[in-house]
Design a protein around this ligand. Structure first.
Ligand code: ARG
Length: 304
């Protein structure tokens, strides 16, 4: 299979792709060490240029409430232990990509990331060991891509054997080439065009097999056309909600209920109008580091 960079290259219809099970289990990382100690994305500094100050008790309470919100939706949450000196581990969507057995045709595989920043590099082995202990075979990239940040840039299409791959400051185009070839998997590549939207999950949330939240100006024209062609119900998020509110960093475990940062009124209305059910949570301490709901968990199919 191949990567798709332009609508003119599309040679499949979503409805014809093999189906995948729901990704209704989640790993979350213990927020013990979460804080802002360095800046590797534009959200981590305040207007004056100084690092954002995190209220660590408030952060822990928000994390616990997010976990409860997931569990109330029936999500099985498994918690990754903390790792000394790794304040960003809580964004455990980033250090790897799960490629479930329904995609590989064999066993569950875990593709470790190649983090773009030295500060986060140590998270990769920690998460890979956690995955391995749960039966995932660790299957590293072998190609030349220097940057690949797991499900920060790699989004599984709900219920379809299709991957969306962001290309930008955190992931190189060639990483998607390698994965498309290795798994005979179609990968729709989207170029990120705005530094505030440094991971694909900051500007696109595939919340159901036919619906997404997205911020169109974060993409180039080819990317916008791909989303418009492949996602019939694409809900455009307003700039404030996307850029400051992280409304696109949302997650739906079931294609109906959508967990997102509180306060995006227009988005909430649009979700309801599309027969989706918003579940609003508070992640303001984590937004100070450039993350919210989606990247605070790693989603995967439940294994009995
Ligand atoms: N401070 C973290 C970083 O810059 C935040 C990561 C948030 N993850 C995400 N997928 N948006 O790497």
């Amino acid at each position: 299979m191949r990567c798709y960079d332009d609508v003119t290259e599309l040679d499949f219809a979503l409805a014809d792709l093999p189906t995948l099970p729901p990704f209704d289990a989640a790993w979350m990382a213990d927020p013990r060490d979460f804080t802002v100690e360095y800046a590797i994305n534009p959200h981590m500094r305040a207007a004056g240029g100084e690092l954002n100050e995190v209220d660590r008790a408030a952060a822990r309470a928000e994390w616990a409430a997010l976990r409860e919100a997931f569990e109330r939706l029936g999500v099985a949450v498994d918690v990754l232990p903390p790792l000394d000196g790794h304040p960003d581990l809580v964004f455990c969507a980033n250090p790897g990509l799960p490629v479930p057995r329904e995609v590989t045709g064999g066993v569950d595989e875990w593709v470790p990331s190649r983090m773009a920043s030295a500060q986060r590099a140590g998270e990769v082995a920690h998460l890979a060991a956690f995955a391995e202990a749960r039966g995932w075979r660790v299957a590293p990239l072998t190609g030349a891509a220097a940057r690949f940040e797991g499900t920060g840039d790699g989004l599984w299409h709900p219920r379809r054997r299709l991957l969306w791959g962001g290309v930008g400051p955190r992931t190189e185009a060639s990483a998607w080439e390698e994965l498309a070839a290795r798994y005979a998997l179609p990968v729709v590549r989207l170029r990120l065009a705005d530094p505030d939207f440094y991971h694909l999950d900051t500007c696109l949330a595939l919340v159901a097999k036919d619906a997404c939240l997205w911020y169109p100006p974060a993409f180039d024209a080819a990317g916008r056309a791909l989303v418009e062609r492949l996602v019939p119900r694409a809900i455009a998020v307003d700039e404030e909600a996307a850029r400051r509110g992280f409304a696109c960093n949302a997650w739906s475990p079931d294609g109906r209920r959508v967990v997102l940062q509180r306060g995006a009124e227009e988005v909430v209305r649009a979700l309801r109008a599309a027969d989706l059910e918003p579940v609003e949570v508070e992640t303001s301490e984590f937004r100070k580091s450039g993350g919210s709901v989606f990247c605070m968990k790693l989603a995967l199919p439940q294994r009995g």
